[in-house]
Every structure is written in structure tokens, then in C-alpha cells.
Design a protein around this ligand. Structure first.
Ligand SMILES: C[S@@+](CC[C@H](N)C(=O)[O-])C[C@H]1O[C@@H](n2cnc3c(N)ncnc32)[C@H](O)[C@@H]1O
Length: 178
């Protein structure tokens, strides 16, 4: 009985510690210019729908956070790489990838502005309006013709999307083609 109580106490302490650690990472991240705010789970299907992706397509998620969208694409057979600044979210993504046994998906700790995405078939990002605009010029200089660019919530000002899904007036998914 004593062993059971001891094991239970260790388990509870461990879980509490993990939650506390996760909370600290979340708070630290919240003060960044571009904090971790994940896409709503209910909207992920709309993003994969609009992409019209084919198995084997190369996809990059710029600022991949906890990897939820990356993994959603990988489950459809795309070759997915996420670039993320937070080492914690990179580790969390790669742990989830391993647990799911996905071989076509990984996150890298890298500044998205330094990542080579020139071979992309699809680029997805959920950034702030400012960050989205910082990317506009670069995207169109770097990417090959026909590459699909998907943004969530924030459009790329000055460009006309090829398709748009309006989820609730505020949350929208935009598809652009280079
Ligand atoms: C709004 S979240 C989007 C997360 C994920 N793409 C999604 O759709 O759920 C933006 C992410 O970008 C990351 N980030 C901020 N600046 C970055 C940079 N320069 N390079 C890579 N990642 C960055 C943040 O840590 C955060 O996780």
C-alpha cells in the first residue's frame, strides 16, 4: 500500500512539474513579438482542404508552434518541415511525430527568415499581419512558380487570394499561388 502511495505521489509531482514547466514556456513565449497562438483544431481541416495537396508534396510551416498543423498535413502523406524558434515547441512537435510513427515530418529550431524554402510545393503560416507583410516580398522572390501559399486569419495585403474560406467573419483561410 505504501509503495502505491509513494508511486502515486511521484506521478502527481511529475505531472504538476510538467504543467508548471509548460506554463512557464507559454508565458515566456507570450512576450515575444510573435507569440505561440495555435490554429483552432476545428479549423485545421479547412486548411488541408484549401491546399488541395497531393501525397509527396513538400510543405513548410513557418513558425510551426506545437506542430499540430504540420502533423495534420503529414497524416495526408506530405513531406513536412516546420521551422520554429522555441526549442520547447520543436521538441514537443518531434515527440508527437515519434509517438505517431510519422516518418515524413519534422520540426527544426530555426528562424523562419533564414530557412531555405525554395523547393516548397506548399507554404503555410499563421503569423501576425506585420510578419505576414515581411514575408510577402521574400516569398515571391524565393518560391518557384505554382507554389501554394496558405495563410490563416491574416491575408497578404495587396495580393488577391485564389481562394478564401470565411469560417466566422474573423477566422479566414487564404490560398495564394506564386
Ligand atoms: C501564431 S503561432 C502559429 C503556430 C502554428 N503554425 C499553428 O498554425 O498553429 C506562431 C509561431 O511562430 C513562432 N515564431 C516566432 N518568430 C519566429 C521566427 N522568427 N522563426 C520561427 N518561428 C517563429 C512562435 O514561437 C510561434 O510558435
Amino acid at each position: 500500500m505504501e509503495i502505491l502511495y509513494t508511486s502515486l505521489s511521484i506521478f502527481v509531482i511529475l505531472i504538476t512539474f510538467l504543467y508548471f514547466f509548460y506554463f512557464l514556456v507559454y508565458i515566456r513565449n507570450a512576450f515575444r513579438k510573435l507569440p505561440f497562438v495555435p490554429i483552432k483544431k476545428a479549423d485545421m481541416k479547412r486548411v488541408t482542404e484549401i491546399a488541395g495537396a497531393r501525397e509527396g508534396d513538400i510543405l513548410y510551416d513557418l513558425g510551426s508552434g506545437d506542430g499540430r498543423m504540420l502533423i495534420e498535413f503529414a497524416k495526408k502523406g506530405l513531406r513536412c518541415t516546420g521551422f520554429e524558434l522555441s526549442a520547447f515547441y520543436v521538441a514537443l512537435t518531434n515527440l508527437k511525430v515519434r509517438i505517431r510513427g510519422l516518418k515524413n515530418c519534422r520540426a527544426e529550431k530555426k528562424d523562419m527568415f533564414e530557412a531555405d524554402i525554395s523547393d516548397a510545393d506548399i507554404v503555410y503560416f499563421y503569423l501576425t499581419q506585420d510578419f505576414t507583410m515581411m514575408f510577402e516580398e521574400r516569398l515571391y522572390k524565393t518560391l518557384k512558380k505554382g507554389t501554394k501559399v496558405i495563410t490563416y486569419v491574416f491575408p497578404i495585403d495587396g495580393l488577391t487570394p485564389k481562394k478564401m474560406i470565411d469560417i466566422d467573419g474573423k477566422r479566414k483561410v487564404f490560398l495564394y499561388e506564386v
